[in-house]
Design a protein around this ligand. Structure first.
Ligand SMILES: Cc1ncc(COP(=O)(O)O)c(C=O)c1O
Length: 412
């Protein structure tokens, strides 16, 4: 677990935690350490820095003061012991998978997955003998165990469950996965001295609205490009968890060179100052927008976590596991891709672009954009239909967003 912050809330710590202005000429903001390398005071000091990890700065692919401040602040939100910042969400995910999985391992992953993660799971890793097992949000524990057992039986004699990676809520369907159920599964597959890791891609809710470490996850992963960065002006990723769990991932980050640059780490530090106020407004706006779309005759189906039906399993998981409904909404139109494109092409204030979680509202077509690479059959089965549009709600005036959506819906 993370540091004791003396009861001070994360949003209050984002302006100061991990930085002492008196170490930097009184600079209230952290300066950018625009350097690739650091001078040692002596050869003996250089030797010591290499021998004792974290004793001092060596080279910016390994560590940098901007990384340290951004990581210290980011880990406050999830209450994590350790945080590693990466050059993108995908470098965070790929470094984590490569550090953890070995040939012959079974890799359980949620379905659907963000398109590039889906490629790693279903195409790239199998080329190295890692066997993917896809699970969906409606599966109960016995069905997941049966799928794992079947993969074990088909695998090598020493096949083991290596890792479970869940994207919950899933991109773009907002399907929810019960983290405590999966935590029990990894526990059951433990062997003396080791157990599979449960990793959660928490990009869709971010650390304000879901804290997977509190529900049994070992690792939390973010595309920090989204809510954490929040301004569509950077690409970054993060991995959080206990120090021991993250150690091999940190080593591989240095060796692969997937580390975030000092400038990106600085921008993340800037963004974290407003994470709470930005996302409070996004949350409020999304609830207003969902309320408008819910009863609109042109919308065949609306997905929004704030409108899950009470009494359903998804609603129970949401209530137990999530802190708020987030700012993502999907709408589905009769009339397939043509209707979805008419809608997208008619938006004005809301930008037609991939990505999410930023100050500006965005809309995209998962079937032909973010999830274009996902197998067509899988897309159909999981509900990534040609008529589906994903909306990420920003901080604009809600009335203006609703007016923009109303005009675009007229064109469908
Ligand atoms: C759920 C999810 N995970 C990971 C990624 C990849 O992040 P990045 O684009 O920062 O590499 C994305 C990107 O959209 C995403 O939506």
């Amino acid at each position: 677990m993370g540091d004791d912050m003396g009861g001070v809330r994360p949003e209050s710590l984002m302006m100061s935690h991990g930085h002492d202005p008196h170490q930097t000429e009184g600079s209230v903001k952290v300066p950018i350490y625009q350097t690739s390398t650091f001078e040692f005071a002596s050869a003996a000091e250089g030797k010591h820095f290499f021998a004792a990890k974290g004793a001092g700065y060596i080279y910016s692919r390994l560590d940098n003061p901007n990384l340290r401040v951004a990581e210290a602040r980011l880990r406050v939100w999830d209450g994590a012991e350790e945080c590693l910042l990466f050059g993108s969400g995908m470098s965070a995910i790929s470094t984590t998978l490569l550090a953890t999985l070995r040939p012959g391992d079974i890799f359980v992953h949620s379905h659907p997955l963000y398109g590039c993660t889906d490629f790693l799971a279903t195409t790239f890793l199998p080329e190295f003998g890692i066997m993917p097992v896809a699970v969906t949000g409606d599966m109960h524990e016995s069905a997941v165990e049966a799928a794992v057992e079947a993969a074990m039986a088909a695998g090598t004699s020493d096949a083991r469950l290596g890792m479970i990676l869940l994207e919950t809520p899933a991109n773009p369907t907002l399907d929810l996965f019960d983290l405590e159920m999966y935590a029990a599964i990894v526990e059951r597959h433990g062997r003396p001295g080791s157990r599979p890791l449960l990793a959660v891609d928490n990009t869709f809710l971010g650390p304000m609205w879901q804290r997977p470490l509190e529900h049994g996850a070992d690792i939390v992963i973010y595309s920090a490009t989204k809510y954490i960065g929040g301004h569509s002006d950077l690409v970054a990723g993060a991995v959080l968890g206990d120090r021991g769990v993250l150690e091999p991932i940190g080593h591989l980050r240095a060796d692969l060179g997937t580390t975030a640059s000092p400038e990106v780490a600085w921008l993340i530090t800037r963004s974290l100052e407003t994470l709470q106020v930005r996302t409070d407004k996004q949350l409020e706006n999304a609830a207003r927008v969902a309320g408008f779309l819910r009863d609109h005759p042109k919308v065949r189906r609306l997905r929004y976590l704030g409108l899950l039906e009470p009494g359903t399993r998804a609603h129970d998981v949401f209530k137990h596991q999530c802190l708020a409904a987030g700012a993502l909404i999907t709408v589905e139109f009769d009339g397939g891709e043509a209707a979805a494109f008419r809608f997208l092409d008619s938006l004005g204030l809301i930008k037609l672009a991939v990505s999410l979680g930023s100050t500006e509202s965005l809309a995209e077509h998962p079937g032909s954009m973010t999830h274009a690479g996902v197998d067509e059959d899988v897309k159909r089965r999981l509900g990534i239909t040609p008529g589906l549009v994903r909306l990420s709600i920003g901080v604009e005036a809600a009335d203006d967003l609703i007016a923009d959506l109303a005009a675009a819906l007229d064109a469908v």
